[in-house]
Design a protein around this ligand. Structure first.
Ligand SMILES: NC(=O)C1=CN([C@@H]2O[C@H](COP(=O)(O)OP(=O)(O)OC[C@H]3O[C@@H](n4cnc5c(N)ncnc54)[C@H](OP(=O)(O)O)[C@@H]3O)[C@@H](O)[C@H]2O)C=CC1
Ligand SMILES: O=CC(=O)O
Length: 312
């Protein structure tokens, strides 16, 4: 069996050695321009069209959780991957615990008013503020898939009311589930901290806009861990100015790296990180990929297959 590998920034030698160790019977090679030799599987992130075009593959694995980039490439280059070639993505592979750490630490930061205390510190003011109540700190998670559900579970032990919104209804112990566009309004009503873990699809682009932000609780907080295109930046800035939104923590942006003249950089109530909420971890990712390939080769059912029509 042959596997080709392409990632624009990962250390290919490291990955290829680790893949060979995990699957000693498989020939793994880094794909380079002009390589048209046959392969069974391709492991990719932002692949050149020519890498995949016309290949008869048994499957393609995206080396991340989101498949918006590759589906975007496919929409402009439909011949890049035949419809019958399955596309898989990484499910959790260590990203769940990273998302939990990120979300829990930031929710606690806001709940314990460290943002307010930092502002007071900058004015050299010693002042004790009123405590927030857990009951006034409902956390609502947009997306209750692999990562959203893990984040939801991790917030429960801290005493916050937790709710989630997805396409289909979930039954996650202790978490209130809202489903579909008709329940989005009820989900937003009373949500104090909004965490976004939706995939980037035509239905979710621009969802976090003025209308949505207006439905949140007063002095709410927004955390975007999914994709920049979900948030209408001008609407978020307006909501921060009006005080409707008290603070935002952003990991992802419509344009990455975020341009130097973007007003988010200087906003005192916006914190940000450079798309690091969850990294692809080689050991866990390779374990998932090798396990999935073994099952596929045995004709067994696997999870992680992308529904190309649905877009995630
Ligand atoms: N910032 C970072 O470092 C990283 C960001 N990400 C982002 O996180 C995203 C989520 O990952 P993951 O949890 O693995 O994805 P999943 O596919 O497992 O979960 C997606 C969730 O979104 C819900 N959803 C999709 N479309 C809609 C819609 N139109 N209306 C309501 N709910 C919808 C799904 O509902 P249902 O369950 O009913 O299908 C599901 O619950 C990725 O797509 C990626 O963009 C991922 C890794 C790292
Ligand atoms: O943003 C990262 C991903 O895995 O998707």
């Amino acid at each position: 069996m042959d596997i080709i590998f392409y990632h624009p920034s990962f250390n290919s030698d490291y990955w290829i050695n680790a893949l060979r160790k995990a699957m000693p019977q498989v020939h793994v090679r880094a794909w380079t321009a002009g390589d048209n030799a046959p392969a069974d599987y391709a492991l990719v992130w932002h692949p050149p069209v020519e890498m995949l075009k016309g290949r008869k593959l048994k499957g393609v694995f995206a080396l991340g959780a989101g498949v918006d980039a590759i589906l975007g490439q496919l929409s402009t280059n439909p011949g890049m991957l035949a419809d019958d070639i399955p596309l898989f993505r990484l499910e959790d592979t260590g990203m769940g615990s990273q998302m939990q750490e990120y979300a829990v630490s930031q929710v606690l930061h806001w709940f314990r008013r460290f943002d307010d205390y930092q502002a007071l510190k900058l004015q050299s003011r010693w002042q004790q503020l009123e405590e927030y109540e857990h009951t006034d700190f409902t956390v609502g998670i947009l997306g209750a898939g692999v990562l959203g559900s893990k984040v939801a579970e991790s917030l429960l032990p801290w005493g916050f009311p937790v709710r989630c919104w997805s396409r289909s209804r979930k039954s996650l112990p202790g978490i209130q589930s809202f489903a579909g566009p008709e329940e989005l309004g009820d989900f937003l009503q009373g949500t104090r901290v909004l965490i976004n873990l939706l995939p980037n699809t035509p239905e979710t682009v621009g969802l976090i806009n003025q209308s949505l932000l207006n439905q949140l609780a007063e002095h709410s907080y927004v955390m975007n861990l999914a994709r920049g295109v979900h948030v209408v930046e001008a609407d978020l800035l307006a909501a921060l100015e009006s005080g409707k939104v008290k603070g935002a923590m952003l990991d992802v942006f419509s344009h990455e790296p975020l341009p130097a003249d973007n007003p988010l950089w200087a906003h005192p109530r916006v914190a940000m990180t450079p798309h690091i909420a969850a990294f692809t971890r080689p050991t866990e990712a390779i374990e998932f990929i090798s396990h999935t390939i073994s099952k596929l080769e045995r004709g067994e059912t696997v999870s992680g297959r992308v529904d190309r029509v649905r877009g995630y």
